[in-house]
Design a protein around this ligand. Structure first.
Ligand code: SF4
Length: 268
């Protein structure tokens, strides 16, 4: 019998922590199975589209719900067998409370423990160096990938748009360590935030060994950025920050041209 219990703190890092008493599996998008160990995200990025899925009367990022029943559910239903699995589409699985309770680690252990039932592809989406703690488990999968988010080269911009997220240097360091440990990575420049120097940023990512990039613009209502079909909108509240940095469609396209020039076919 394995232990499904969690010693949940009531607050962690200034964020309310609750038992979600709900399930881990959120259904499939096409072929892919999407797993989110947490509801809500203490990283509280200003532009987060997941913030539109309001689940608490408090501001986005101030409450996190923990899907404490998820490990048991995974053990009972091997529905990911031979399907790609994505962890963290709606909330960072390595947000701060994970360091205390280790739910994502237990989810990964469960997914990996029967080799014959492993997912066809495992993608973990995060922006936290805490993912380095689980390199040992991630490497047990046949086809793992960490989609690691690094949205700017400018820590002042990062502090404005993502004040609760790890610094640019910490994220560059995490990407480098993942690569040094043989973990396949995709650097996710999404949404691309204002940059100090697009060419130097692209070259430093290449220099540490990143060879796949995903780049996406903001998607606000209005005409400052291209409207990407079938995607959720960037919250209107981020508009003042876009204006503060003069970050328009033209600046995005200009920096994107420079990035593409350096990164070439590595942009997916
Ligand atoms: S880390 Fe991702 S899920 Fe969390 S607030 Fe930021 S954009 Fe949203």
């Amino acid at each position: 019998m394995f232990d499904e219990s969690f010693d949940l703190p009531q607050r962690f890092g200034g964020v309310w922590v609750e038992d979600a008493k709900s399930r881990l599996l959120q259904g499939s998008s096409g072929e892919e199975v999407s797993l989110n160990p947490y509801v809500g995200c203490a990283h509280a990025c200003s532009y987060c589209y997941a913030a539109s899925y309001r689940f608490a009367p408090l501001p986005w990022g101030s409450v996190v719900r923990v899907k404490t029943g998820s490990v048991g559910e995974l053990r009972r239903a091997w529905r990911w067998h031979n399907k790609p699995v994505r962890i963290g589409l709606l909330a960072d699985p390595y947000q701060p409370v994970e360091e205390r309770i280790g739910l994502t680690r237990r989810v990964l252990e469960t997914l990996s423990e029967r080799p014959q039932f492993q997912p066809r592809q495992l993608t973990v989406m995060t922006r936290s160096p805490l993912v380095l703690r689980d390199i040992d488990i991630i490497k047990r999968f046949e086809a793992p990938c960490v989609q690691f988010s690094i949205t700017t080269d400018n820590d002042s911009v990062r502090r404005d748009f993502e004040p609760m997220c790890p610094s640019v240097d910490a994220r560059m360091g995490a990407l480098k360590t993942l690569i040094e440990n043989g973990v396949p990575v995709i650097a996710s420049l999404s949404p691309l935030l204002p940059l100090k120097d697009a060419e130097t940023f692209a070259r430093s990512l290449k220099d540490i060994g990143v060879s796949k990039f995903y780049i996406d613009p903001f998607n606000p209502r209005g005409l400052t950025m291209p409207i990407v079909p079938n995607k959720s909108f960037t919250p209107d509240s981020v508009s003042p920050l876009l204006e503060k940095y003069g970050w328009t469609l033209q600046s995005y396209v200009g920096d994107m041209d420079v990035l593409k020039c350096v990164l070439g076919h590595d942009v997916i």
